[in-house]
Design a protein around this ligand. Sequence first.
Ligand SMILES: [Zn+2]
Length: 159
Amino acid sequence: MSQALTIVKDLRDGVLSANLVGHIDAGSDYSALQFAGVTQLHLNFKGITLINSAGIQKWVKFMQSVPDTVAITFEECPPNIVNQCNLFANFTGGKKVTFKSFQAPFFCETCDDSVDILLQTDQVLSGGKVTIPEPPCPKCQSKMDFDGIEDKYFLFLTR
Ligand SMILES: [Zn+2]
């Protein structure tokens, strides 16, 4: 089933905030995002459920079209977006992007379950070094461990 990309946007005092929801694929249309008078672009990826290779090509073209005078922030990137940022250095279209927050998978031994937890970059990254937190399980409050390969998953923060 196709889940066309929906962009929910809000422009206030030169700050363009956009929530991206659905699939980033070949049919994704970014023309709703215009940059006249915009100084900051805050892109929230929380609602992205799928990204495919044709979608990445179109996405990179969109990123390249953002004027260099616009400061770009990525927020609440789910693991599928984090993985693209790690695998594909050009995912940001060559722009300098500030990663404000992102999700990471953690494992609760008590519940025997994995859950994606939202992390703020400034809680994880300090002086160019990554420190992985032990967030409480949302169900049982036990401390959880990161459920992945640390050197790979957090690479995008230090590159
Ligand atoms: Zn638990």
